[in-house]
Design a binder for this molecule. Structure first.
Ligand code: HEM
Length: 429
């Protein structure tokens, strides 16, 4: 281990002379990170082309980066910059001032009391989906749980955000295009839209125009009538009343709504698909799975939707005595941390009973961070848990889902932790 100034320099693979570790990362990011921490420990220095990166894999380092020393890092990362075309300046923005204003106004909306009030709405949407599963299964048609969760969560999200007052199928169709194209651009190394917004795909531009039109129309309608809705948009519209501060402008409301839909959709849908997959496997292996809260918690331990968190060092700093140069990308992987053998017993086994409060006493703080940590901690975590519990509990009450045989499901790490293909299930008697 060499030293840089008074700090140590973390070690890591040198990789290709020009590309560094980029080819290994592109080939299989999770395998590459697993090998890196195995070979070099919990603090590793890497190079991706010209970009210096540090991977930290210890709860104390995570707390330093995301909480204690958060002012030394920002979110001016490639993905955050690219998301701006869809979300504007809101909660996913690298613009600190815009983020702070949105966080202050939006955070109170997600308090448990408001989220619980939406539970009835969520339950009503789930039942027809479960009815359809029953019909499909009776006709011998498999249920592709990945597609089903994507569709169900988008319907739930659109309803929670805007209520049934608008043509929800129109919203859902436009949202689907926006979400898909945003993810595609985030994953593409180069995209013409980076040069100018005129190069965005026509379908994306059309969908954005549609959503804007719908959202602005609803805002205008709600402002002109006495607004008695209990959906998120109405809560956002009223977000300034308590402290007399200026509320969100129409553009800010639109940006906040799209941000929440984008941030909440695929994360929740993927987590739910993994939950159904785990439940079915656990049942085959006689693992105790009665408590759905623990099932969900254990699912996002093994399969955290946001599998990697990224920050950028604003200036030269240190983490755990390791030098982090100015501009270095800093990575923390909930996926690796949740499977770290130093903090989890039998880390690869699916055991919901880990989340029995009795069994949680000896776990180190911050070894579990599926919703992140510090000021940027997931604002929608209560919402995500409520949606997930409603879906899992309703489904479990109605029937048991089993996996069709001979399926090999692997993780496919993208911006979120996806599945390598469809997960086909059927209803067992
Ligand atoms: C299982 C589902 C979910 C998981 C695992 C998840 C995970 C996360 C994580 C790890 C972060 C922190 C990112 C960082 O520090 O860079 C985050 C932030 C965020 N999440 Fe979630 N999330 C989920 C669902 C939701 C839902 C349902 C919503 C909206 C209703 C939402 C909205 C957001 C927003 C807006 C942020 C940015 C917060 C900020 O920077 O202030 N998420 N989420």
């Amino acid at each position: 281990m060499s030293t840089a100034g008074q700090f140590k320099r973390a070690q890591g693979a040198r990789g290709h002379f020009f590309w560094g570790s980029l080819p290994d990362f592109k080939n299989d990011p999770i395998a590459f990170f697993e090998k890196t921490v195995h070979d070099y420990g919990d603090a590793c220095r890497l190079r991706f082309g010209p970009v210096c990166a540090h991977l930290f894999n210890h709860p104390e380092y995570a707390e330093e980066i995301l909480s204690k020393q958060a002012e030394n890092f920002d979110k001016k990362t490639r993905s955050v910059e690219r998301i701006r075309a869809t979300c504007g300046d809101s909660l996913l923005s690298a613009n600190t001032q815009a983020w702070q204003r949105h966080r202050k106004l939006i955070q109170p909306i997600f308090q448990p009391k408001n989220v619980m009030a939406l539970k009835r709405k969520i339950d009503q949407i789930i039942e027809p989906t479960l009815d359809q599963w029953l019909i499909k299964s009776r006709c011998g048609e498999p249920i592709n749980i990945v597609d089903e969760m994507m569709k169900l969560v988008i319907t739930i999200s659109a309803q929670i955000m805007f209520s049934a007052s608008v043509a929800s199928s129109k919203i859902e169709a436009a949202l689907e295009i926006i979400i898909e194209d945003t993810w595609r651009r985030l994953e593409a190394p180069l995209d013409a839209s980076m040069i100018s917004p005129i190069f965005h795909k026509p379908a994306f531009k059309k969908a954005v125009a549609q959503i804007d039109q719908i959202v602005f129309d609803i805002i205008a309608e709600r402002k002109s009538n006495k607004d008695t809705n209990d959906d998120l948009l109405s809560l956002l519209l009223r977000a300034h009343e308590d402290d007399g501060e200026l509320g969100l402008s129409d553009q800010e409301l639109r940006d906040a709504a799209v941000t929440l839909l984008l941030a909440g959709h695929e994360t929740t849908a993927n987590a739910l698909s993994w939950a159904f997959y785990n439940l079915a496997q656990a049942r085959e292996n006689n693992v105790e799975c009665a408590n759905m809260e623990w099932v969900f918690a254990e699912t996002i331990r093994l399969y955290p939707s946001i599998w990697i968190l990224e920050r950028r060092a604003k200036w030269r700093t240190e983490i755990g005595g390791f030098e982090v140069p100015k501009g270095s990308s800093v990575l923390i992987s909930p996926y690796l941390m949740h499977r770290h053998p130093a903090f989890w017993l039998d880390p690869l086994a699916f055991q919901p009973s880990r989340f029995d409060p009795e069994n949680m006493k000896n776990r180190p703080r911050n070894a579990y961070l599926p919703f992140g940590l510090g000021a940027h901690r997931c604002i929608g975590l209560n919402m995500a848990k409520t949606i997930a519990l409603c879906v899992l509990e309703r489904a479990e009450e109605r029937f048991k889902l089993t996996l069709l045989p001979n399926q090999k499901i692997n993780v496919k790490p993208s911006i979120t932790l996806r599945h390598s293909g469809p997960i086909l299930m059927c209803i067992s008697d």
